[in-house]
Design a protein around this ligand. Structure first.
Ligand code: NAD
Length: 253
């Protein structure tokens, strides 16, 4: 067992998860990179190590309770409990309401909300035995503030994350486990750059015009806040969702 702090991150092959893995790696954490994208996940872990950090990759689909439990146990058996967990994996599919079947609704809820819960539930007992830790979930301004046309299921899941961290914060505080969420605005990743499911490159440039800071966010700017939420600097904070959006939600009126 090592004294190095250890974090597990879901959806860490690309985007915000990848940037977060690299930020934790630079900060000296052992990073357990997970994703359904195996090549991308391996590349992230490789990049962390190449930069002088410590990392390993495990394929992980957050829709499987047994898979989440298995990866967490496997790593804990080898290295001890996690100090932090980042429930980041998510999808944002554009589905007009008239086409929103039960299956499509359930798929988004399963990944974006239940998937985040599965990770928290799996790491909590080990963290408690290890003396505590921090769990950071990823919501969205589409969960805290806005409705998003043709994304009802995403709105519902990301709002659910706000409630998830409140409930978990209460249940886990006695074990010295803090649970918070990050709610990003428009961030330059594959999700937001998708013209099929999101605003696309042109939409992002347009969004920059009405974001008070005049630009969209970068994945690294989300990673730094997730690192803060898992560090001692946020030690009296739990159950909160922090919006990080360049002023988007306070500036548009
Ligand atoms: N980019 C934005 O503007 C933005 C805004 C608000 C919230 N978010 C949220 O940030 C998080 C990261 O998104 P991103 O922008 O980096 O998008 P992304 O599409 O670049 O990355 C999403 C990651 O989740 C993984 N994933 C999807 N389904 C999975 C599953 N079943 N199991 C495990 N992994 C799975 C993908 O493989 C990918 O690595 C998501 O929860 C997203 O909803 C993003």
């Amino acid at each position: 067992m090592s004294d190095t702090q250890m974090v597990i991150i879901t959806g860490a092959g690309i985007g915000i998860g990848e940037a977060t893995a690299k930020a934790f790696g630079r900060a000296g954490w052992h990073v357990v990179v997970t994703d359904i994208l195996e090549d991308e996940g391996r590349a992230t872990a490789h990049d962390v190590v190449a930069a002088g950090g410590s990392a390993e990759f495990h394929p992980l689909d957050v829709t499987s309770t047994s898979a989440v439990d298995h990866v967490v146990k496997q790593v804990e058996d080898a290295r001890g409990p996690f100090s932090a967990a980042i429930a980041n994996a998510g999808i944002a599919h554009k589905v007009p309401l008239a086409e929103l079947t039960d299956e499509k609704w359930a798929q988004t809820l399963d990944i974006d909300l239940t998937g985040e819960f599965r990770l928290a539930r799996a790491v909590a007992p080990g963290m408690a035995k290890g003396g505590g830790g921090a769990i950071a979930c990823v919501s969205s301004v589409m969960g805290t503030t806005y409705g998003w046309y043709d994304h009802v299921q995403y709105n519902a899941a990301k709002s659910g994350v706000v409630g998830l961290v409140r409930g978990l914060a209460c249940d886990l505080a006695a074990d010295q486990i803090r649970v918070n969420a990050l709610a990003p605005g428009f961030i330059r990743t594959a999700q937001a750059l998708s013209t099929v499911h999101s605003v696309g490159p042109e939409g992002l440039e347009k969004a920059a015009e009405y974001i008070p800071m005049g630009r969209i966010g970068e994945p690294e700017e989300m990673a730094d806040v997730l690192l803060f939420l898992c560090s001692d600097a946020s030690r009296y904070m739990t159950g909160q969702t922090i919006i990080v959006d360049g002023g988007l939600t306070v500036g548009r009126y």
